[in-house]
Design a protein around this ligand. Structure first.
Ligand code: AMP
Length: 354
């Protein structure tokens, strides 16, 4: 892992920051938000410059850097530092580059990179959240112990790819891919809410924590193929016999709001998650998402945490029913840029970049 000291020394020479990210996932929003806060922007494109950016002039980066592969970004680190680049990680950036390589990238990066060790390992994720008092679905230790509907998932953010439902050991054996690390959770029945938070260590007002403050910028629900449309074909058991198994590949997102009486719990979960992160590894900074299921008893279960900007925030480039009550029109992309700007003005860049 690149040290905070090394990044702090790079930052000493930074004056005119360029906000850079990989052209995918939530990059349009990140560039748009950076531009709103007065930053220059740089898009890292894999293979070729994506043409669709031309259709979105307000989100098109000022410059592109074309590399052959995610791994090649590492070779361009000196060039990126010379351009005074600050990278903003998103799901695709970290997953496709590989968390190990991303950890070593010698370029100032938004957020605390220590969080990677806790997020990318599902056991550590569970240790973090449960020790914070955040409710998670029950974990089934061994496939042979499957005695109820379960959800099996692999390590790392794969956009839902590969995950499957099993109702018994037979189902599990049928679908498991050999050689991959997996975890088994009880299948939680309820409705899904993906809550977009932002933690600022600088905030002194609003929903304050022991240090800084917590914001809620939006909530989405993911559209997943093929599970979300399968009901049209009939009962899953019958489909299974025809070899049609449900898949959970994220294809889009829908805006949702929580019933207002759930907000106290939503904030309490966010607060506990941040406070515990401060105690465990110096704090998770910036955007994060708790992926939840709410039961008919109005209880949350958090089945996963994403510790960076999630693609569901793309719904709220022009604000959200929550963001608009704090600062109208604030997106998560812009909020990240704002945090970098505030840090720069206060001479505290090293507090939010690592
Ligand atoms: P994940 O791979 O954790 O992002 O999960 C992909 C999708 O699987 C989620 O968006 C949910 O639809 C579903 N899911 C994940 N975990 C559970 C669970 N424990 N119970 C029910 N559904 C789940």
């Amino acid at each position: 892992m690149v040290t905070r000291k090394a990044i702090a020394s790079i930052l000493e020479d930074y004056e005119d920051i360029v906000v850079a990210t990989v052209c995918s996932h939530s990059s349009l929003q990140i560039f748009h938000g950076a531009r709103q806060e007065g930053f220059r922007t740089l898009g890292i494109a894999i293979g070729q410059r994506p043409r669709f950016y031309d259709a979105f002039p307000l989100a098109k980066p000022d410059e592109f850097l074309i590399v052959d592969s995610y791994a090649d970004i590492l070779d361009q680190a000196d060039d990126l530092v010379a351009r005074q680049a600050v990278t903003v990680p998103h799901g695709s950036f970290v997953e496709y580059m590989g968390a190990d390589v991303f950890a070593k990238l010698p370029i100032p990066t938004f957020g605390n990179r220590e969080v990677l060790r806790w997020e990318s390992d599902r056991d550590k994720q569970r240790e973090w959240l449960t020790s914070a008092g955040v409710p998670m679905p029950l974990k089934i230790e061994h496939p042979k112990d499957i005695d109820r509907p379960v959800f099996v998932k692999y390590y790392g953010a794969k956009g839902g790819r590969g995950s499957f439902i099993a109702k018994n050991y037979e189902d599990f054996r049928e679908s498991i891919q050999p050689g991959m690390k997996f975890t088994i959770q009880e299948y939680v029945v309820g409705t899904r809410y993906y809550i977009h938070y932002f933690y600022s260590p600088f905030a002194t007002s609003g929903y304050t924590l022991s240090k800084g403050g917590l914001e809620m910028l939006g909530v989405d629900r993911r559209d997943e193929a093929n599970i979300d449309e399968m009901y049209k074909l009939g009962a899953q058991e019958a489909l299974r016999k025809m070899g049609l198994l449900p898949t959970f590949v994220v294809t889009g997102n829908m805006p949702v709001v929580l019933r207002e009486s759930l907000l106290p719990k939503a904030f309490e979960m966010g607060e506990r998650t941040v406070e515990r992160s401060i105690a465990l590894f110096g704090g998770m900074i910036g955007p994060f998402c708790l992926e939840t299921i709410v039961s008919d008893q109005l209880e949350f279960k958090v089945f996963e945490i994403s510790t960076r900007i999630v693609a569901g925030t793309n719904l709220f480039i022009g604000g959200s029913p929550y963001a608009d009550l704090a600062e109208p029109g604030m997106s998560t992309g812009r909020r990240i840029a704002r945090e970098i700007r505030v840090a720069q003005k206060q001479g505290r860049l090293a507090d939010v970049l690592s």
